[in-house]
Design a protein around this ligand. Structure first.
Ligand SMILES: [Zn+2]
Ligand SMILES: [Zn+2]
Length: 142
């Protein structure tokens, strides 16, 4: 398993050197609250293994099932914690728009707070920006 010591998610979250409350852990992924939430509920789901960005994922079974598992966990947590939300969003920032170089799925139960934060989660078409988890899964289909 690859872990990067210079990565804040590996050194703090995965190694559990943090006061961050983990909402879910299993052998593949860990979930926790975004420290700077953009919506009513805003969680991150990250792989235990250090994968830098969506660019490091390939159309193969292993990567497809990882992303699909991340999405399942995110959906399960938001359905549990924000059952009355009218809209959910699940997706990734593509580099250079990503904040941390450890793959993380943003799980948002809307509304956004404050409202302008929605801009952070918009697709910029060919420039990249935010990619919906479903769309990424289509790309990764083996
Ligand atoms: Zn990492
Ligand atoms: Zn991000």
């Amino acid at each position: 398993m690859s872990v990067s010591s210079s990565c804040i998610f590996c050194s703090q979250i995965i190694s559990n050197n943090t006061s961050t409350k983990l909402l879910h852990t299993d052998d593949k992924v860990v979930a926790f609250q975004d420290i700077n939430p953009s919506a009513f509920r805003h969680y991150l789901v990250i792989p235990v293994e250090h994968i830098a960005t969506v660019k490091d994922l390939q159309p193969r079974t292993q990567d497809y099932s990882l992303v699909s598992h991340m999405l399942d966990v995110g959906q399960m947590l938001l359905t549990r914690d924000a059952p009355n939300s009218t809209r959910y969003r699940f997706g990734f920032h593509q580099p250079p728009f990503n904040s941390v170089n450890h793959l993380h799925l943003h799980c948002l139960a809307l509304p956004y707070s404050p409202r302008w934060k929605r801009l952070k989660y918009s697709s910029l078409g060919p420039l990249g920006g935010f990619i919906e988890a479903r769309k990424l899964l289509e790309r990764l289909k083996p």
